[in-house]
Design a protein around this ligand. Structure first.
Ligand SMILES: [Zn+2]
Length: 319
């Protein structure tokens, strides 16, 4: 039997027809166009199912279940998106709407939680029972599979690690608090850190890459230049690794995982970032907790959303 996994992002919707081993047989990518409202976006999701089925040369009857991964808080039993800041959605009945056209078992869950489950089933967390994952992006998301079970939390808010206070008087976070982890270690903080160095007059290839429009810098560009040896970019990634590492040390102390997975595009900075994270974890964490724990980059890349959604559908069906 086959599954459909759907990754609903702020910009794009991607659906894929996937087999039980996590192989993608065909996929479709459509613009989300969230500004057109929930009904329109749900229509795009349905279109992406149809297109993925046709690309995979599969029929609706071949599909055992559908999983949908989306940022926000959901009631996965009711199939309702309670709140999604990316989409400005409140109480949208995602599953019942889609089931009118696709009467299949269908499951909705938080994107980072599902990505964690996907890495556990098909990626960097295979063969482990205690897995913690974070995604470094515009924010920092968290998820965990503990003793082989995906954690959702009492109100499916597991685990908003990006908003743990790391520096009480630190920079203001989008949530209103000061010194949240993501205000120190996510996208904007990384770019701000590099720009500050450039404003001090430091020479760097970063300036040339964006033609001195420093606002166009991204963590991906900084990571790339760092790996080419640019000093300002290297310092930025290392300082980022320090702040990321403080939170990772906390989470390893709390959850005692066998493997700690780091996802998101900035993780592509590779050894430079991971090394800085590891040094901080070793300096600050409990050795009995960090010694048995491997810190590794995510393995599924852009497929984490669709494969995580499929893993969620399989898990909900008891497979
Ligand atoms: Zn916050």
């Amino acid at each position: 039997m086959l599954y459909i996994g759907c990754d609903v992002g702020g910009t794009n919707i991607r659906s894929a027809v996937v087999d039980e081993q996590g192989r993608i047989l065909g996929d479709a990518r459509l613009r989300a166009l969230m500004e057109k409202g929930a009904d329109f976006v749900l229509g795009q999701i349905a279109d992406s199912f149809r297109e993925a089925l046709s690309r995979a040369r599969a029929k609706r009857d071949d599909i055992k279940a559908v999983g949908i991964a989306m940022a926000g808080q959901h009631d996965s039993k009711a199939g309702v998106c309670i709140f999604s800041p990316n989409f400005d959605w409140e109480n949208v009945p995602v599953i019942s709407t889609l089931q009118k056209e696709f009467p299949l078992p269908m499951f909705l869950g938080n994107d980072v939680n599902l990505a964690t489950l996907g890495e556990w089933k098909f990626g960097a967390g295979r063969e482990y029972k205690w897995v913690v994952m974070i995604t470094l992006g515009t924010g920092i998301g968290g998820g965990a599979v503990l003793d082989g079970k995906l954690m959702l939390g009492a109100t499916e808010m597991f685990a908003e690690v990006g908003h743990m206070t790391i520096l009480p008087d630190g920079p203001r976070c989008g949530c209103g608090n000061h010194g949240c982890w993501e205000a120190l270690a996510a996208r904007d903080a990384i770019v701000r850190r590099a720009v500050r160095k450039l404003q001090e007059g430091r020479k760097s290839t970063l300036s040339e890459v964006v033609n001195y429009n420093w606002r166009e810098l991204t963590p991906e560009i900084i990571a790339k230049e760092a790996n080419k040896g640019d000093e300002v970019a290297r310092e930025t990634i290392e300082e980022t690794g320090y702040w990321v590492g403080i939170g990772v040390a906390n989470l390893i102390n709390i959850f005692n995982p066998e493997v700690f997975i780091i996802g998101g595009r900035i993780a592509l900075a590779g050894e430079l970032l991971l090394g800085a994270i590891e040094r901080t974890v070793k300096a600050r964490g409990l050795s009995a907790s960090w010694q048995p724990c491997k810190i590794v980059p995510a393995a599924l890349g852009d497929d984490a959303g669709v494969l995580g959604a499929v893993a969620f559908a399989m898990e909900r069906l008891g497979e």
